[in-house]
Design a protein around this ligand. Structure first.
Ligand code: TYD
Length: 137
């Protein structure tokens, strides 16, 4: 559900030498991660995402720069702007997401609860919505 998509404030250790942030599985975020991937060198005007996951939990962080994440649980929508490396957006399963408005040089890092598995994806919005409706019946 869209209300379960939450901004997580991560620990931040300020220091004259630079800031440090860390993430401990099951402590700062409600899942253990098996995989990290990141989007970078994103050309101006590009859109990423355009899918939902059946079982995967994710935390999305703007490691550098900023971007918008459009979330949709099949019933409700909301948009989140990420622009700090000590905030993450927790995205549970069954949320359609699209990411756009990448600033130049931005890096989008994703912690994922499992290995890559194409069978876990909805890549068709209609199929995603149909399954959301079926689950509500
Ligand atoms: P895609 O899901 O389209 O990226 P995004 O949703 O971020 O826009 O993935 C692009 C390609 O990368 C696709 O062929 C699947 C592959 N891929 C992997 O092999 N492993 C991964 O962990 C991810 C996220 C994608």
């Amino acid at each position: 559900m869209i209300k379960d998509c939450k901004i997580v404030e991560l620990p931040k250790i300020d220091d004259p030498r630079g800031s440090l942030t860390f993430i401990e599985a099951d402590r700062h975020i409600p899942f253990s991660f098996q995989r990290v991937y990141y989007l970078y060198d994103v050309p101006g005007g590009a859109e990423r995402g355009g899918h939902a996951h059946k079982a995967l939990h994710q935390l999305i962080i703007a490691m550098s720069g900023s971007f918008d994440i459009h979330l949709d649980d099949g019933l409700e929508k909301k948009t989140v702007h990420l622009n700090r490396s000590y905030y993450g957006l927790y995205v549970p399963p069954m949320i359609w997401r699209e990411i756009d408005n990448f600033s130049s040089g931005s890096v989008c890092m994703v912690l994922a609860s499992d290995y890559y598995d194409e069978a876990d994806y909805y890549r068709n919005y209609g199929e995603f919505r149909d399954d959301v409706k079926k689950a509500l019946d």
